[in-house]
Design a protein around this ligand. Sequence first.
Ligand code: CDT
Length: 311
Amino acid sequence: MPRFIIVGAAQLGPIARSDSRATVVARLLELMREAHSFRCDLVAFPEMALTTFFPRWDLQDEDEIDAFYEREMPGPETRILFEEAAKLGIGFSLGYAELAFEEGRKRRFNTSILVDKSGAIIGKYRKVHLPGHADVMDRAGQHLEKRFFEVGNFGFPVWRAFNGIFGMCICNDRRWPETYRVMGLQGVDMILLGYNSPVGLGDPYELDALEPFHNHLVMQAGAYQNATWVVGVAKAGMEEGFNMIGQTAIIAPSGEIVAQCATLGDELVVRKCDLDLGLPYRRDIFNFAAHRRPEHYGLITERKGAILPPE
Ligand code: CDT
């Protein structure tokens, strides 16, 4: 039986620090309703879709920091998203900053959830690859994710949902082949992936100039090498003085981009996806059981970092 899903990638334009949750949730609802009007089964939102990308600031005050996190999901301001999803019969994925109380302490994670058509949370992922640094650096822009989040503790799980196998990852995760491969080994059909990727933080100009290329390069390679759909959804545009790339894209298991946003604002792109499109790859060129040879790859777990040339 054919396995089709209509998926919407709901890019967000900038979110200001002063924007209330209610304002942002209203934008999400509008995109969700638009996705429903295109008969989407599922709509994917970006990383940290409820607030501005606050790890750009050297925040010190605990209450001020906490205000960017969700203590419960759904919470008072987000419940309406779940209710609307259930009413319309549409699933969604949503990234947000999570404040958890676990192991007797306060913990902070960069999180994404998968919600089914009845408005029930069926999956939660916590970002593993946290880029940037914990301390302020002498550069034009900061990226303090290592201060504001712990490394995710769920691995890269997949879930049976929407007639297929679904996984999630978040932003910087997309640059690491392991992310896709761990889910690929579990037979993932579609990976939902939100990102906030700023340029102009003080990297060499060449890196900034190549950022749009690298963005699509990693997602297209991850899709192709693991015979999976990848839905990459940006928070885009000029946010609090920082330029965030857009390029929200739906990528087929062939590695081809089959839908892409054209703006840096709130924008939905939709695609009907055949979840079996990866099968010819899985049966032949990327038949893992037949061709992967991890036992011959050497002791890759022994050394954590790359060997760098002397300073
Ligand atoms: N949000 C996120 O992970 N962004 C990173 C930017 C890193 S710049 C220090 C990314 O990989 O896009």
